[in-house]
Write a protein that binds this ligand. Structure first.
Ligand code: CAA
Length: 286
């Protein structure tokens, strides 16, 4: 099937990046937030990213303008009525996501694919919020941050997802320049199951006083050749997001490696969510 119109629900760290990469390859994108100012802020963030690419000589000004012209911020779900694909990238809260999917199911065309960017929540449980007729076209399409840079899509098939939907998401991912891996619908899928124990262990080393945040991060960067240290990466992802994913992993799989460290619980309770609030394991701007 051809995907021309994409409705992206959520204009935060992931949603704005997902909207950007689709608009950049010629899709018409509606960027939805219930509050229009947040949808417009998402579009402005995309404009800033495209401006930096133009300034670096990586993008022609005309292509930036054309990409932005294909993006429509919206505070209503009506745009989903024209969508070939709906991507949901709202906060990792199962009840919030399920309510949104149920509302979108009532608006979107019967043939539209529904893709959740959830980083850990069961695709089958989210699909259950939609009608039985929709479920063959319900799939997980998990992007990585920063979306324009990270070339991976984790595709999660639910029990009802059909082959045509997987084929369409694979073709779209290729258009976006992303490589696909397929994960079973298990807690945290593949990447976060591997990543979160590393981040949690770095946090435990920090809370036990094994090293400073800077030394723990430098250890991973210089000693392991990671692009970011684990504490810096947790701050970048969002400490609330990391905590939510660790909880899903711990509840779903058990195992002490997934248990959220106390220091993470305390930082989130104190409103220190990482880069987005200016403080996490580090303070920002650094
Ligand atoms: N949007 C668009 N482009 C961006 C960007 C952004 N937010 N951030 C960086 N870039 C681009 C830069 O423009 C630059 O491009 P050019 O080389 O063409 O000029 C390139 O990326 C490298 O950027 P920088 O030189 O500024 O910085 P860097 O070399 O330190 O790289 C990084 C930055 C790509 C973010 C790198 O540090 C990195 O790969 N970090 C790890 C990121 C990671 O692990 N992401 C996955 C997180 S897990 C997740 O997202 C899923 C989940 O469910 C939690």
């Amino acid at each position: 099937m051809s995907i021309d119109h994409v409705f992206v629900a959520g204009a935060g760290l992931m949603g704005h990046g997902i909207a950007q990469v689709h608009a950049a390859v010629g899709k018409h994108v509606t960027l939805y937030e219930p509050d229009l100012a947040r949808a417009v802020a998402g579009r402005d963030r995309i404009a800033g990213s495209l401006d930096r690419a133009v300034a670096k000589g990586r993008l022609a000004a005309a292509d930036r303008d054309a990409t932005l012209a294909r993006l429509t911020p919206a505070d209503s779900l009506d745009g989903a009525a024209r969508a070939d694909l709906v991507i949901e990238a709202v906060f990792e809260d199962e009840a919030v996501k399920a309510a949104l999917w149920a509302a979108l199911d009532a608006v979107a065309p019967a043939g539209a694919i529904f893709a959740s960017n959830t980083s850990s929540i069961s695709i089958d449980r989210l699909a259950a919020a939609t009608s039985g007729a929709r479920r063959p076209r319900f799939v997980g399409m998990h992007f990585f941050s920063p979306v324009p840079v990270m070339p991976l899509v984790e595709l999660i098939r639910g029990a009802a997802t059909d082959d045509a939907t997987e084929t369409a998401i694979r073709a779209l991912s290729a258009e976006l320049g992303k490589q696909v891996i397929v994960s079973a619908d298990r807690p945290g899928f593949i990447v976060n199951r591997v990543l979160m124990p590393l981040l949690a262990e770095a946090m435990r080393a920090y809370e036990e006083g094994t090293g400073t945040a800077d030394d723990i991060d430098t250890g991973a960067k210089v000693g392991l050749n990671h692009p970011m240290g684990p504490l810096e990466l947790a701050d970048f992802i969002g400490l609330d997001v990391c905590l939510g994913i660790m909880r899903v992993l711990h509840e779903g799989l058990g195992g002490p490696q997934f248990e959220p460290p106390q220091v993470l619980v305390d930082l989130v309770a104190g409103g220190h969510l990482g880069q987005k609030t200016g403080r996490g394991f580090h303070t920002y701007p650094r």
